[in-house]
Design a binder for this molecule. Sequence first.
Ligand code: AHG
Ligand code: MN
Ligand code: MN
Length: 315
Amino acid sequence: MGNNSRNISDYTKFIVDLRRHMWMAGIEMELRRLIWQIAVTGKYISAKIHESNRKLAGLRNIHGDEQLALDKSADVILQNQLQYSGFVKAYCSEELDRIVPYEAPSSKYHVTADPLDGSSLVDTNLAIGTIIGIHRDSPLAAEGRKTMVGAMYITYGPLITMVYSAGKGTHEFVLNREGEYVLSEENITLDEKGSIYSLGGLRKDWLPEHLKYVEVLEGEGYKLRYSGGFVPDINQILIKRGGVFTYPGTRKDPKGKLRLIFELQPMAFLAEQAGGMATDGKQDILAIRPESLNHRSPIYIGSRYEVEKAREFLT
Ligand code: AHG
Ligand code: MN
Ligand code: MN
């Protein structure tokens, strides 16, 4: 038989798919099934992005942001997949104004979601994503370091990729032609210092101490990489093994723009599992006790050198 006649079973013999990876990592079964279920749901959300009219009229969401109906349908797809899965105790997302309990007494996981991050980029065809946090208790019960057991994001770009951690390293999978998530980068480890910076917020609104910090990195020759999509901007730092993303507190918004529970905690979990750091400029993101579902915080996330350097200017 010619080598292009290899069938999927031959093919999978040489690759590690997501379920096998989690099993070999010794992750407990319910958590494996939950991560798998969410990864599969990413395929449905991707299909929705491709099928839907990209110029959907906006709806107002509870956080006052203009949102494309696509955000809402991504949230509905996630809820439909998780509500009857049997292993989700409660679900909350940036598209809802409360935590939704699911009648699954045996299950122990609380799921947080930014169902579609960067939806304002949909009409530009830039990469967007889904951000997920997995907690053993309510995300409002305590700081992330005490409640979180896992995190993941799915990037809808030229490829669909999924990065996850269940506390045993940060790993990337790519959705292949056969519809399997196959391991592409294992135990992603950030270098002590990188060479890219991703700077959110308007320069004219930055506080002096943040501007001084940016100028120091500028002087060290950092290259600017900012798409306006949190997921691809963070993904670039993980895959390039270093650098820093920051969306600071500004004169207009001292708490910054990004949401602690739905966006920052999952990325902080993944960055720490990759040997990096994530702070609000002063304290670790995972040490901050969420005050509400809509708690916003400044963020400095990536390699240790850059995040520690920020602390020098911001404390
Ligand atoms: P969302 O689409 O979930 O509201 O998130 C958008 C966020 C995040 O993707 C990105 O880092 C940030 O908005 C970009 O903000 P600016 O447009 O102010 O750069
Ligand atoms: Mn978002
Ligand atoms: Mn969103």
